[in-house]
Ligand binder design. Structure first.
Ligand code: 5GP
Ligand code: ZN
Length: 112
């Protein structure tokens, strides 16, 4: 269900534009508006869940589909086919959009 004032729900509903990379019945993959690497995608479940601390056992399949999507995205990377997958859970560790999402980062050398 769409949540009022949730930017990712608005993107999923088509009310705000985003560069869409992939879409499945349960997920969208968009380019991050403020990329931190040459490839910076966001894997976003269509279901509004605040973050990983708000998931339930019913979300098991959805959570698995996020990891499988990361694998699928990596196939299109040029060498090395390597990536980072990050999820910020809570404002103190950098979560700014409170609709669960995973950052898929690639195309640069990460030092830490
Ligand atoms: P967080 O900080 O919650 O882990 O990640 C939120 C991410 O969403 C940030 O990297 C930010 O750049 C991105 N973001 C925020 N608003 C928009 C938007 O309107 N469109 C897109 N494509 N990305 C956004
Ligand atoms: Zn939402």
């Amino acid at each position: 269900m769409e949540h009022q004032d949730c930017i990712f729900c608005k993107i999923i509903a088509g009310q705000i534009l985003a560069e869409k990379i992939k879409e499945t019945p349960d997920l969208i993959v968009i380019k991050d508006i403020s990329p931190q690497a040459p490839i910076h995608y966001l894997i976003v479940p269509k279901k509004h869940i605040k973050n990983l601390q708000s998931v339930s056992d019913l979300d098991q399949e959805l959570l698995g589909s996020i990891l499988l999507m990361a694998k699928e995205l990596s196939v299109d990377l040029s060498n090395p086919q390597e990536f980072r997958l990050i999820s910020n859970n809570g404002a103190s560790v950098g979560q700014s959009v409170f609709h669960i999402h995973f950052h898929f980062l690639a195309g640069k050398q990460f030092s830490e």
